[in-house]
Design a protein around this ligand. Sequence first.
Ligand code: NAI
Length: 339
Amino acid sequence: KIYYDQDADLTVLDGKTIVFLGFGNQGAAQAQNLRDTGIPNDNIIIANREDSYAEDAKLKGFNVQHDFSKAAQVADVVFLLIPDQVQPRIFNEIFAPKLKDNVAICVASGYNVFFKLLKFKRSQDVVMVAPRMIGSSVRSLYQKGKGFPCFVSAEQDGTGNALKIALALSRGIGATKLGAISSSVYEETAMDLMAEQALWPNIIMLFREGFNVLKEAGCSDEALCYEMWMSKEPAEIFEAAADEGFVTQLKHHSTVSQYGQLSGALKLDGIAAREHFKNILYNQILNGKFTKEFSQIEADLEKDGLDNPVNQLYAKAEEMELAQAEARVRSRLADMLKQ
Ligand code: NAI
């Protein structure tokens, strides 16, 4: 089911105090959209620790509350928009104990709700409004009067009004203009983590190995980088796929390319890839293995340098020939542009 503006009743938000916990990528975009839709500024509170995001919220004219307990006490609706890995700690320990029994909590990602990492009371509403866009696009598309793809669901209906609230919040941030797609935290989490842990790692690996083989065959760094991604051809292909069709977009390519791509794809049976994807989905994602591993490194994610596990992975990735070659190409290009 797809919900449009006419399915959402904004009056269910009348007089409610809406607290944004977090004013980052999504928080800044969603709070501004909500205000521009007509939710009074006085009814919006940005709960944020003292940092540059809080300064940004003040500059944009929002009421900022640094004391999370105080913000929690007055909230009728909470947008939970701090990074997923810190949500359980901040929400469960500081926010949740002060929340009203009939508050609505809105997440933008299914992760913590699906894996039951957040503590809610049965009487509370838990909804998901999950834009399929980075925050800056959530804001810029809204400003252009356009919508953006978004998943919506009511996960826990404590008050009997959860879906109505989810739809009103979707409309408030501009998501029902294009149509908010009915989904669930299960679906959102399974698809998101599969893309992140199976599909994209394979795409990175395919580019890495394709690069290595062509490099060994004598192709230059410059030619390879431009051929494979710096020309933006892959971006254009995906744009055409979104606009015209995943298969139909092939018709823009030369006949040699169309024949090569289609006959090549149809020859690959995909059995090994399917088994690999299933293994990741069932034995790494849905069984909570990845979540357990990720929770264990949460504290290290705020560290600097190589003490941060993500930086360690970046350092390893930079060792790939593809990355080394690209660095050389970009530095040569910068030298050329300086001249
Ligand atoms: P972000 O990384 O931009 O969050 C920054 C905000 O979190 C700031 O307000 C900062 O003060 C606060 N914050 C960071 N660490 C904190 C800590 N330790 N204690 C207290 N506050 C802290 O977050 P982002 O990317 O906007 O993600 C928020 C939610 O939106 C997540 O659930 C994410 O999965 C979801 N989402 C994000 C998208 C994106 O484009 N980044 C797209 C769709 C959903």
